[in-house]
Write a protein that binds this ligand. Structure first.
Ligand code: Q46
Ligand code: ZN
Length: 294
């Protein structure tokens, strides 16, 4: 790990990674050992490793897997299998929400019906809704996702390119619950590079889905990740520096951005979740028969 000027053997690496996670949890006040945490798992290396690390650290965690119904290359079936296998090996509690069984259409199907909606946008909306609902109804203190440092850097760069101040204002390792029905969102892998997460999964023997979701092909964030890989190659620590300096500038008040979610929210008349829309939230409108695009 050139950015830390550190080289470790497998045994010490497997101890070092959870230490980094523990540090992030404490530093950003993500959650405490007394709190219950819901971990969003996709079957990929980051989320399964996160689940594994939180279990090893002794936190009270439960997994949630959302089956999106993506048939291409068996993506959804294989990823669910990996999650089930992981949980069975550790006897770890988890729940599965199958979008098609629950709401009648898979993600690609609903996106197709709502012409004008792209698959990833729809997918993100559905996942956020289901995970938030599960976290709130299950009385979890926080919802943890497996975003690593490379993910955050790519999004930060994208937002900075557009000076999207609203998004920049919401980009943080912890997003506090700004409404009684919104879960606290935390990213415990924030100190770790993608490479390190892949190495962790490999050395720890975690069997994850290698294929990325077929819809992620050509995503601009993938391109930004490649750019930052080049930068990191030439200047080790560049990714870390870019992200941590951003957080520091905010903490020190050198970068003033709009506070997260200051908009007043009501509740959706159907599902009860917070929304800025007057009647139904975007999620509920998604499943209505009429072809309304927002
Ligand atoms: S799962 Fe969903 Fe991603 Fe696949 S459809 Fe797009 S958003 S790429 S994280
Ligand atoms: Zn709703």
């Amino acid at each position: 790990m050139r950015q830390h000027r550190l080289a470790l053997c497998s045994e010490h690496f497997l101890a070092w990674v959870p230490q980094q996670v523990q540090r992030a949890i404490e530093r950003y006040h993500m959650f405490t050992p007394d709190e219950r945490v819901l971990v969003a798992v996709s079957g990929g290396k980051d989320s399964l490793s996160l689940w594994d690390i939180l279990l090893r650290l002794g936190y009270q965690v439960e997994g949630i897997y959302i089956n999106l119904g993506i048939p291409d290359s068996g993506y959804s079936d294989i990823s669910q299998q990996k999650v089930e296998q992981f949980a069975a090996q550790r006897n770890a509690p988890f729940r599965v929400v199958n979008v098609k069984a629950e709401y009648g259409e898979s993600i690609p199907e609903v996106a197709r019906r709502k012409r004008g909606r792209n698959v990833c946008g729809t997918c993100g909306l559905v996942k956020r809704h289901i995970m938030n609902q599960a976290a709130c109804e299950g009385d979890f203190a926080a919802l943890a996702t497996g975003h690593n440092l490379d993910d955050e850097v790519a999004v930060l760069f994208q937002n900075a390119l557009h000076w999207a101040t609203g998004y920049l204002g919401r980009q943080a390792p912890v997003l506090p619950a700004s409404h009684p029905k919104l879960a606290r969102k935390v990213k415990p892998l924030i100190r770790l590079y993608e490479r390190e997460m892949a190495a962790y999964a490999l050395v720890r023997g975690i069997d994850y889905i290698y294929e990325e979701c077929p819809y992620s092909r050509g995503a601009t964030t993938l391109f930004y990740k490649q750019l930052f890989d080049q930068l990191e190659q030439a200047s080790p620590g560049a990714k870390q520096q870019f992200y941590l300096s951003f957080l520091q500038a905010r903490t020190e008040g050198r970068l003033l951005l709009p506070e997260a979610d200051t908009v007043k929210m009501g509740e959706c008349k159907r599902c009860g979740q917070p929304t800025t829309a007057p009647e139904l939230c975007v999620f509920c409108r998604l499943w209505d028969a009429e072809d309304i695009t927002e």
